[in-house]
Each structure stands twice: as C-alpha cells, then as structure tokens.
Design a protein around this ligand. Structure first.
Ligand code: PLP
Length: 404
C-alpha cells in the first residue's frame, strides 16, 4: 500500500484536480486484468470507458503499433502517408459509408461533426448564413471543449466556462414529440448518442432511433450518431444504430478506434457530406498520422471478423443475467445492452463511489456516474468465468453495505 499512497500523493500535489480517480495506481495491464504498484490484481470492468474494447495490450494491435513505430510515426497532412488511405478505406467499408475525416479525440470528432453539419446546412439545405441549428438531447455527453459543453445539460460541466457557443437546441432524450417540434427549416442536424453512456447507459425506447431517422428524412436534416462509446463492438453489434436497424448520415467514432494504444477518432459519412470540406477549412496536426492509422486499421480488422461483437453478446448474457438478480438486493435498476451496463445502487446501501471503492478493494474496477449509478463495460476479451467472478464480488459488496 505504501507505493500506492506515495504515487497518489505525487499526483495530487502536481495535477489539476479535474478528476477524482479511485485510489488504484495501475502499473501494468494485460487483457482484462491490471496490476497496481503494490502488485495487487484487478479485473478491469470499465475498459477505459470503452476505449479498451479489445483489452489491454491486444497482441495484434501492439504488433501493428510496434511495426509502425520503426517505420514512421508522424508526417502531418502536409504530405501523404502510406497507412492513412488503407485505414480510411477499411473504416468507410466497416461503416458502409464513403468518406472519412480523421481526428484524434472524441471531442474533436464531435466538433468536426458540428462543422460538417453546418457546412452541409448552408451549401446543400440552403439555410441562411450563420443561422443553422443543431438539435441535441438532454443528458448528452459529447466531450469537454467549449462548444461541446455549450450544449451539455450537466451544470458541473458548464459552470464558470461561459460564454457558450450558440446554435444548439436541447430536447429531452427518447422523446420523439419534442424532437419533432424542434427540427425545422434551419436544422442542420440531430446529434444524439444511440445509447447515452455517461448518463448511465440509458437505452432509448424501441423505435426512438427509427423515429430520429424518419424526422431527419422528413425535415431534411442530418442524423449524426455519436457512437464514440456505443460503437465498435460494445453492444454486440458494430454500431448501436444497427441494433435499431437504423443508418445515420454521419458516424462519430473514437475511443476503441485507437485500440487503447493511441487516440484515434473519425467522422465517417457520405461523399455528399464530407466532400463539402476543402483544403484549409478543417484539420489537425496529428489527425490521420501513420501510427494512428496503422493501429486504427488493425482495430477495423479485428471488428471485421465479428468475433468481438459475438463476445459482447456472450458477455452481455452473463452480465445482464447476473445483474437482473440483484434488482431489489441493493440495486434499484439495471440498464444496458451487450457488454455494457448501468446499475443504479440503492442509496440505503451506499453511494456509487462507495460501491466502486469497495469493489476495487475486492479486485474489480468500475466507475460511478451521477452519484448513485455504476457503469460496467468490461473488455470484450473477458471470459464468462471472469464476469461471473466480478458479479460475485458485486453481490458481496452490496450485502456488506459499504455506506454503513
Ligand atoms: C468519451 C466520449 C466523447 C469524448 O471523447 P474524448 O476522447 O474524451 O474527447 C464524446 N462522445 C461520447 C459519446 C463519449 O462517450
């Protein structure tokens, strides 16, 4: 424990306190497991908020990165590189789309999506200059930049950071009547998460995403799906939109696209939409760098097999089967699909944070959100036995009532 406490003290002295991490100091990680500086092992049931869908140190992803490290790592888009084209072609194919705009972080993909949608509104839909609106959902999480928090409904994410970017309309999530009323002549896009991750893995009603699609078609607005957390295997499909049988106009991707190795994000869409952006109008020094492209291509190769989507369905059966039995036993509600679950902790048992801390003591890493919810998103390489083991630890922790 000495090394853990010492490491935490160093961090707390020098780092901005923009996070409140659980008191675990990770030193190494492999597959679904991490080891702390005192040698204690934990099953990772958060997987970097789905950035680690393929687990820690996946051999194919590390091999792709290592090979590329010795060839070329950064070229800037001032030049072409031999990795970017093949990566983009594979990714577009995976998405059933035609064009890719590579960035690094999720928030940058969202910013790019906003710019591309506005450009489309002015040049294709004919919206008068500088009046385009983007409709978003309450409870959203799309990142942390000033424009993105401009349309957040989380006061903690916004307070003290204004003035905010105009041009966004917020409607309740999973409410088609409200959406129908909000989408009009000046609407460039409807931007939603097919499942709201940060909000606590909130799955909309059947028919919601199909309704979003219909409203966008009727009013001629782009359907922009933020699949940064829900996409790339987590739900048991490549995209959560697929589960609803819906195709958006624009996918925003990130997190798992970098395989847990490097930050890789992308906007993927049609030629009609992404073809509207010309040289000098948008970009990023690191976007599409050869290291990112090599890892991203290896990620797409893993997804193309369908193996990880199948693994998410298998994990989901065990996970949700086990979690359902906890409702009424320290848990008030469970949501989610595939290897993804939001679990509301009965306040009589303790806070989400207390449950996470006690679970960590017992060797399971998860993270709380919004006070009383804990989020489970194990890497898709976890076995049924490992998921069962984590569920047993959760049962123990709930029975022990960490808040008392
Ligand atoms: C994490 C996340 C983002 C932001 O990604 P960053 O890489 O942290 O900038 C955007 N949208 C969703 C749905 C996310 O889960």
């Amino acid at each position: 424990m000495n090394r853990t406490l010492a490491a935490i003290k160093v961090e707390n002295d020098v780092l901005a306190h923009n996070y409140h991490p659980l008191p675990v100091v990770i030193e190494s990680a492999q597959g679904a497991w991490v080891v702390d500086v005192d040698g204690k092992r934990y099953l990772d049931c958060l997987a970097g908020y789905s950035a680690l869908n393929f687990g820690h140190g996946h051999p194919a992803l590390l091999a792709a990165a290592r090979e590329q490290l010795d060839r070329a790592t950064l070229t800037s888009r001032a030049f072409h590189n031999d990795r970017l084209g093949p990566f983009a072609a594979k990714l577009a194919d995976l998405c059933g789309m035609q064009m890719v705009l590579p960035m690094n972080t999720g928030a940058e993909a969202v910013e790019t999506g906003v710019k591309v949608a506005r450009r489309w509104a002015y040049e294709v839909k004919g919206v008068p200059a500088d009046t385009a609106e983007i409709v978003v959902a309450a409870g959203n999480f799309h990142g942390r930049t000033t424009t993105v928090v401009s349309f957040s409904t989380d006061e903690q994410a916004r307070a003290g950071f204004g003035p905010f970017t105009p041009g966004f309309t917020v409607v309740p999530y999973d409410d088609l009547d409200a959406l129908d009323a909000a989408v009009g002549e000046r609407t460039a896009a409807v931007l939603v998460e097919p499942i709201q991750g940060e909000a606590g893995v909130v799955v909309p009603s059947d028919g919601y995403l199909a309704g979003v699609r219909r409203i966008c078609d009727e009013r001629r607005a782009l359907f922009v799906a933020d699949e940064i957390q829900s996409g790339l295997g987590r739900t048991g499909a490549t995209f959560a939109c697929e589960l609803a049988g819906v195709r958006p106009d624009v996918y925003l991707l990130g997190k798992a696209l970098g395989g847990g190795v490097v930050p890789v994000s992308a906007v993927v869409s049609s030629r009609e939409v992404l073809g509207l952006i010309g040289p000098g109008e948008h970009g990023s020094t690191f976007g599409g760098n050869p290291l990112a492209a090599a890892v991203g291509a290896a990620v797409v190769d893993l997804l193309a097999t369908g193996e990880y989507q199948a693994a998410a369905r298998r994990i989901g059966a065990v996970l949700h089967g086990g979690l359902r039995e906890l409702v009424g036993r320290g848990v008030t509600a469970v949501r989610g699909v595939g290897a993804w679950a939001g679990v509301d902790i009965d306040p009589a048992v303790g806070t989400g944070r207390q449950v996470c801390e006690t679970l960590a003591e017992r060797g399971v890493l998860v993270k709380d959100t919004h006070g009383s919810t804990i989020r489970l998103a194990p890497p898709l390489v976890a076995t049924d036995d490992e998921i069962g083991w984590a569920l047993a630890r959760l049962r123990e922790v709930l029975a022990a009532r960490p808040g008392n």
